[in-house]
Design a protein. Structure first.
Length: 56
C-alpha cells in the first residue's frame, strides 16, 4: 500500500470535503487503484495531480 487516507464524515450528504496524500516515491507506468468506502460515504469525484499541481 502506497497511501491510506482517513476521511471524516461531514454530517450531510451534500457537504463535501477534500483530502490528499503525497506518495513517498514517484510512480512510473500503470498501477491499480482501490478505493474502499465504509459507512455513510459517497464518492463524487476522484482526481490526481503531479507534484507541480497539474491534473493528470
Amino acid at each position: 500500500m502506497l497511501a491510506e487516507i482517513s476521511v471524516s464524515v461531514t454530517g450531510d450528504r451534500y457537504t463535501s470535503t477534500t483530502v490528499a496524500a503525497e506518495l513517498a516515491v514517484p510512480l512510473d507506468g500503470v498501477h491499480d487503484l482501490r478505493l474502499t468506502l465504509h459507512g455513510g460515504f459517497r464518492l463524487a469525484a476522484c482526481g490526481f495531480t503531479t507534484s507541480g499541481g497539474t491534473t493528470d
